[in-house]
Design a protein around this ligand. Structure first.
Ligand code: BGC
Length: 487
């Protein structure tokens, strides 16, 4: 065993060694490996600034032209809510992991109440025919309506907002053609189709007494819900299974919709779909893309797509970690003499495990020990567990630092730095991953300088529930006033 300079370290190490009488990796080797991976996943301040500047250019291109890699999608959500929107609205949220049906009661004054039912989406459902997936959605809405209103409600028509968290091209608020599936979905016969129409047909077939009034992205919902409650919110981001942002843009800055002849002083929310940043040509993140990112990309159901998302989002961080471990198993550095087939299974290492590893409160990292034992039938040495913590930090920190580039790019594009603004954030990484928000804040300062402190993030309101309801209310009021009635 190599000699340690740290006495406390030695004693823990030998205790663990006595427990498990098996060969183990030397401490020095793992120290070196930890340093190697810290460097590999490190993104310098200078790189962050360079990536941000490129990002700003890419956002502008998306506003100018159709069919750009980062498509900057017009949402037909016009301007901010007043905060006074009221009424009961249903919403259906098809996210990356769950399907949710909600009844939202908007009470005005930025207040609301939500009643909801949640269903987990199975991996089979992510790949069955699109219409079948929408049939399942319709059935869930029907059950919810019957449970909450009884079957007498089947004579009334309720307004349903559909939060569909994938890139869609819209020509109106109640229309949306899917550009491509993301987050591991791959349902055939859906890309290129109007998903609002597909859901509408399914609702009709299942005789659900609702009117589909809008189809929105989760970021757009989050933007509007957060602004409804906290009017200083100008940007919304999701850092969850996938990643993305929305913000409010001046129509005059969206040349690609000039043909709609909207007043130039009008504002419209833009769903950036910036998880697609650096897709296809991989020229902006080239210096920070590792062989693990490339492996995940090439082995996904959508190679070369969502390149930025695959480096930072919750669906992928655990997998990056697992791939590093598999490399070290092959190199004979980790889990010597043990059966490793469980950890060799793709996507078996949940990103939530990285959170647990980073926050293990025990000196001997017993949570980490239990995690590997329980889920992967692997015994771990103390020095291995220390290594896992370092590796989690490196991967989690890279995610947060790169995440800051997208926010900083919007801030720069919109000139929000001097006045400052709030960024409403949601998603499991933001709300559950330790230090994620702090790391984002530090990186914003590294990119934008001391004024970066003017940009604050906060836990957003429920975008796909409350946001969808507020948008339904705004749309209803706009249409009643005869404003852009066909949009
Ligand atoms: C989707 C976006 C969505 C984001 C967060 C991405 O994969 O393309 O539409 O907003 O995930 O859910």
């Amino acid at each position: 065993m190599p000699e340690s300079k740290d006495a406390h370290h030695i004693s823990l190490y030998s205790r663990a060694s006595n427990c498990f009488d098996k060969p183990h990796a030397g401490e020095d080797v793992l120290h070196q490996k930890a340093e190697h991976f810290q460097k590999l996943f490190h993104v310098s301040d200078e790189q962050l600034r360079d990536i941000t500047d490129r990002f700003v250019g890419v956002l502008r291109e998306g506003l100018e032209h159709e069919k750009q890699t980062v498509p900057m999608l017009p949402t037909f959500v016009f301007g901010w809510p007043t905060g006074k929107e009221k009424g009961d609205y249903l919403s259906l949220d098809l996210g990356g992991t769950n399907l949710r049906v909600c009844l939202v009661e908007l009470k005005g004054n930025g207040k609301f109440e939500i009643t909801q039912s949640k269903f987990r989406i199975t991996s089979e459902q992510k790949h069955e025919d699109g219409q079948k997936l929408f049939d399942f959605c319709a059935q869930c809405v029907k059950d919810f309506v019957e449970n909450h209103y009884g079957s007498c409600a089947l004579h009334e028509n309720l307004s349903l907002g559909f939060t569909f968290s994938y890139p869609i091209v819209q020509h109106a608020i109640d229309h949306g053609e899917l550009i491509r599936w993301t987050k591991g979905f791959g349902n055939p016969n859906t890309e290129g189709h109007d998903c609002a129409a597909m859901l509408r047909e399914a609702l009709k077939r299942h005789e659900v007494p609702v009117v589909l009034s809008s189809i929105i992205n989760d970021t757009t919902g989050t933007l509007i819900a957060s602004n409804y409650v906290e009017p200083d919110t100008k940007i919304a981001c999701i850092f969850g299974t996938g990643c993305n942002a929305a913000y409010m843009e001046h129509v005059s800055e969206i040349p690609k919709i000039a043909h709609l002849h909207l007043p130039q002083d009008e504002d419209m929310a833009i769903n950036c779909e910036y998880g697609a940043f650096d897709s296809f040509e991989h020229k902006h993140l080239h210096d920070v893309r590792t062989k693990y990112d490339e492996y995940i990309d090439l082995h996904s159901n959508k190679p070369h797509e969502q390149a930025y998302e695959k480096m930072i989002a919750g669906l992928y961080l655990g997998e990056i970690f697992r791939l590093v471990l598999c490399d070290l198993v092959d190199d004979g550095v980790l889990f010597l003499g043990q059966e490793t087939y469980k950890i060799e299974k793709p996507f078996s290492f949940d990103t939530a495990f990285l959170s647990l590893i980073e926050t293990d409160p025990t000196d001997e990292l017993l949570t980490v020990m239990g995690l590997f034992k329980y889920f992967f039938a692997l015994e771990t040495e103390y020095n291995e567990r220390i290594f896992f913590r370092e590796l989690s930090r490196a991967i989690g920190t890279r995610s947060a630092r790169l995440s800051a580039c997208g926010i900083a790019a919007i801030v720069k594009k919109m000139d929000y730095l001097d006045a400052g603004c709030t960024v409403g954030c949601d998603g499991s990484l933001y709300s559950k991953y330790p230090n994620f928000a702090d790391r984002v804040h530090h990186s914003l300062e590294a990119i934008l300088g001391p004024k970066g402190r003017n940009i604050k993030t906060r836990q957003a309101e429920d975008g796909s529930g409350a946001g969808s309801a507020v948008i339904a209310a705004m749309t209803k009021s706009r249409k009643e006033k005869g404003i852009y009635k066909n949009l």
